[in-house]
Design a protein around this ligand. Sequence first.
Ligand code: CMP
Length: 143
Amino acid sequence: MEKTFLMVKPDGVQRGLIGEVVSRFEKKGFKLAAAKLMVIPEELAKKHYGEHAERPFFGELVDFITSGPVFAMIWEGEDVVKTARHMMGATKPSEAALGTIRGDLGLTVGKNIIHGSDSLESAEREINLFFEDSSAINYEKTS
Ligand code: CMP
């Protein structure tokens, strides 16, 4: 079954929005396969956001994502990568549609509540960066 990596960012955790975010994906019908509350080490943050290394906001991005606990998750379900991106809304909350997580709850492009993998390849890479293979639930083997 398709999997994606989602993460409630430090602003979302600090504002008490973990439950709200988890609830939206549960209600949609996706299954939570792994989750952990953690402070991201700088080295992991730089790897995770490696594709943005040349952007002017890279330093700010790494500083922010390591500034407090995040809630890292693996979700699974049919077309979960693309559907989760729709549910998150545009990166800039000012451009995100109402009804999406960022449109309803976010305010700024940096503090935009949630990160989600943008492709199947990114999902695999990000899941492997944050989780051991054995730590995800295999729903095909459980009821
Ligand atoms: P995310 O989906 O986590 O992936 C990269 C992040 O970079 C993005 O969400 C934004 O939060 C962040 N980002 C994009 N543009 C800017 C910017 N101009 N300043 C700070 N952060 C940004």
